[in-house]
Ligand binder design. Sequence first.
Ligand code: HEM
Length: 425
Amino acid sequence: MTDRQNPAADLHAPFAGSFYDTQDLPPWDFYEDVRAAGDVVWDAGMNAWLVVGYELAREVLRHDQLYAHPYANMGATAAWLKVRSNNPRSFHFLSGEQHKAMHRWYMQDLLSPTWVEKYRPVLVDEVVRHSLTRLAGRSSFEVFGDFAEWIPLGVFARLLGLPDDDDTLLRIRRLNDVIAEFTILANALKLERDPSPADLKIAADAALAGQELDALLMPVVKARRAGTGDDFVSRLWAGGPAIFADWNEMDTLDACRRLLFAGTDTTTHAIANVFYMLLTDTDLLARVRAGDASIVERFIEEALRLNGSVQFRPRRLSADTTLNGVPLKAGDMVVVFLLAANRDAAHYACPHAVDLARDKPRDHIAFNYGIRTCLGAALARAELAAAVTQALALFPTLRLDATAPAPRPLGLLRRTYRPLHVRVD
Ligand code: HEM
């Protein structure tokens, strides 16, 4: 893959910074620097265009053919394929009409808001309750590892009808973590140019973890082939032939893997950030404690807007175009910063502050925008609401542990303030 070699240099003053330099730091000042430089700037370190404005981000994400999802067409594609069971028709790689059909199926049926609402008590509320029982008798714990991580894992196990004993969940978590390491590198475009031996090892380990996950999930996939149950795997078998006439085991397996991959890490990090915000703002904590369910919902939308778990999404141009007056070339990578768009002063009054009374609390793009909008948004919102409501009710004295290491932002693609040691005595 060739370098673009700072194509903006002859048009504008070259942008000096690189998003890579914000690893493990709050990225907000960097986003404002990009905004000041014109909303679309060339990052020579990333070898990509950065987009930070709210309207421009939506413009890119709306045009899914022009700004194409890159997994099937990037330097890391061969590695992605290995991680996705060498299945070229994985949901991961679909585009155009096939992607739309798959997206619609999830949106209107498989994970629809109506379906999530119906199963919420057993699928979400019970899992959160169970996660809290693990903490019984403790006067302190760490929110990310001792609480948040168990919730999406437990929901995943219930969705698929897997055993949800600790050993199974921990094994799934370990494999998912290995794959997540690879996805962070690939999404951050770090495998596009001369990947280091260490990066290649991460990709190879992810492929092995994918194989182990396939082996773990395949028995469930085979067992539900009749498609008669109301669990997720049976529903995949029942509805799959409307997507691919020859829908098969690999397609069903892929859909299960997609849920794990897309829904676990993202939600864990989002839960942690929601608690970080509550634990570091006593006034906000008091307002959420005193409020009803609608205040919790509004707070969660603000938490997703300000500190959602996915900082950015990469796209690859399929043709030459112009964005905000900047000429872009076919093949260029464009990286849309969802969390920078969510703090755009041109769209939001008091963009960096929590406002529980916004007119349109859900118009942020923490869950993406357009035809690739997150299909687990209803489920993730239910998990976040249950985590906040149940934990605040159970722990009236929940507070940061002043004697433990303070939380700091960690990560690049997904950023979480960690560790989050709390006391509840
Ligand atoms: C707070 C938690 C979550 C966040 C912030 C989040 C964010 C996102 C984002 C930004 C995308 C767009 C990816 C892209 O096109 O480049 C996406 C897609 C997706 N998400 Fe989520 N997600 C979350 C939770 C979940 C959950 C719980 C599930 C399912 C169990 C899920 C399933 C999916 C799927 C299947 C897609 C692909 C949509 C498509 O291509 O049509 N997500 N998510």
